[in-house]
Ligand binder design. Structure first.
Ligand SMILES: [Fe+2]
Ligand SMILES: [Fe+2]
Length: 472
């Protein structure tokens, strides 16, 4: 595969110049995208930022690093290399050649899946637009902008599919992706978690850990798709997502590390007055972001998702590693449910209708990894406190437990008990005000805010005190 030509208006590895109509359609969407970026993207004015730009999709050297003015960032279209012999890995079409075009019967469903994925990408840029003004270091500021430009590129990835394969309807949907906005009253983003604010950096790290990770799992299922262009697009997006995961994981690491350090130095748990974030507040933010991210996986059972799987549109996480028939017509799975007398329980359903639960289970196991890591930091500091993931019934708005309230331990509460107790489990206005009071920008090279530890490594082999961002 050839490297993208950055002289072209829209850098790409899909031979865009061979399809003039498509090229013109995307070129007419491009100024709308740039308008959206100017009006809804990062608000902090910068001269340039040390950014990674995708240039190729191969294993080695797929990206280029350098200082670029953000408005001149080149959002390109990249699909992973095509495997001419790729066959469908699951569902009723298992073993047939992967589709290079959209089968008419699955057109509406595929378009919907692409629109839902596409809607999350610009949403997170909108949610994070004001964070630059309070960045704890230039290193963090650079990472924020890296995540932002790549979410912008992921929007391009989905818009390419809509334009290339879904005709006029696809082009209309591509426009709508720029018209809906996070938190808007008239035209909100499609999914709940993407209409929540990301008002501070603790929220940003929690978002990139928990909510971006949901994105990783959704992309993982679409990577399995029988529709080959979608599969190849998602495969490459997952490569970029790895950095977003790193930002979240190490961001929370560094917050916990700094808190632990101040706790030990001062022999107290009560560290708010010392300018760092107390562990109970970190736990509340974790509870919030984890629970809203669980909602993103949808109901425990879904006939839509069963149909998507059978049709070959959307597979399971690491489908090829599953040791079963990849059709699941005779299998079953246990899913969360309420018992007839309103207790938290489980029921057995067909494996196909329980696929959301299967994906959520993979996700939860992955999230446990983060908690383990953060607890190791506490243990290494000699502290007895531990962080934990709340119960799947806690603070849910979607699925079997949306009608009840429960503690993070999974004990059912009455409405009034919940009202009384929720301030212990979810960030209160006081907590949010406190966190905001810590969010003072440190835009000086090599310096860092007092509430967070510096990273162990810089970006692309550069040191922490590198000039990652030049402000204007
Ligand atoms: Fe993304
Ligand atoms: Fe992401």
């Amino acid at each position: 595969m050839t490297e993208a030509d950055y002289q072209e208006k829209i850098p790409n590895n899909v031979d865009l110049h061979e399809d003039r109509r498509l090229q013109r359609a995307l070129e007419s969407w491009q100024p709308n995208f740039l308008n959206w970026w100017e009006s809804m993207g990062p608000t902090l004015p910068t001269e340039d930022v040390y950014l990674r730009t995708a240039v190729n999709v191969g294993r080695e050297g797929w990206a280029h690093f350098g200082h670029v003015a953000m408005r001149d960032y080149r959002w390109g279209i990249f699909l992973a290399e095509r495997d001419e012999n790729r066959r469908i890995g699951f569902g009723q079409h298992k073993g047939e050649p992967a589709w290079q075009q959209v089968p008419g019967e699955y057109r509406a469903d595929l378009q919907r899946l692409i629109v839902i994925q596409g809607d999350t990408e610009p949403a997170s840029v909108e949610q994070q637009r004001n964070l630059g003004a309070t960045a704890p270091s230039l290193y963090d500021l650079r990472n924020l902008f890296q995540v932002n430009v790549e979410e912008g590129r992921h929007l391009w990835a989905m818009v390419y599919l809509l334009h290339a394969y879904f005709g006029r309807q696809g082009r209309e949907e591509a426009e709508e992706l720029l018209h809906r906005n996070s938190g808007s009253a008239e035209a909100p983003r499609i999914l709940g978690a993407f209409n929540e604010e990301t008002p501070d950096w603790l929220s940003f790290y929690m978002f990139t850990y928990f909510t971006d990770r949901d994105g990783k799992y959704q992309l993982g299922t679409l990577k399995e798709s029988a529709f080959d262009p979608l599969s190849r697009t998602c495969e490459f997006m997952l490569k970029e997502e790895a950095h977003h995961m790193m930002v979240g994981t190490t961001g929370v690491d560094r917050v916990v590390e700094r808190t632990a350090q101040v706790m030990v130095e001062n022999e107290t748990d009560d560290v708010a007055a010392l300018g760092v974030i107390p562990l109970p507040v970190i736990q509340k933010y974790l509870n919030f972001h984890y629970s809203v991210s669980l909602d993103l996986f949808g109901s425990e059972t879904s006939t839509n998702v069963a149909n998507y799987y059978t049709a070959g549109l959307k597979g399971r996480w690491l489908e090829e590693r599953r040791r079963d028939d990849h059709k699941l017509t005779d299998d079953s799975i246990m899913v969360d449910s309420l018992t007839p007398d309103g207790e938290i329980g489980h029921t057995e359903v067909s494996a196909l209708t329980g696929l959301n639960t299967d994906l959520r289970r993979e996700y939860i196991a992955d999230c446990e990894g983060g908690v383990k890591r953060w607890n190791r930091i506490l243990a290494d500091a000699g502290l007895p406190q531990r962080l934990r993931l709340p119960h799947s019934a806690f603070n849910r708005k979607v699925g079997a437990f949306s009608g009840i309230e429960a503690t993070p331990e999974g004990e059912i509460l009455t409405a009034s008990q919940w009202e009384q107790g929720k301030g212990q489990w979810l960030p209160t206005d006081t907590d949010k005000t406190f966190i905001r009071s810590l969010m003072r920008p440190v835009h000086e090279r090599g310096k860092i805010a007092a509430w967070i530890a510096p990273p162990r490594q810089g970006i692309n082999g550069k040191p922490f005190d590198y000039d990652y961002v030049h402000l204007s």
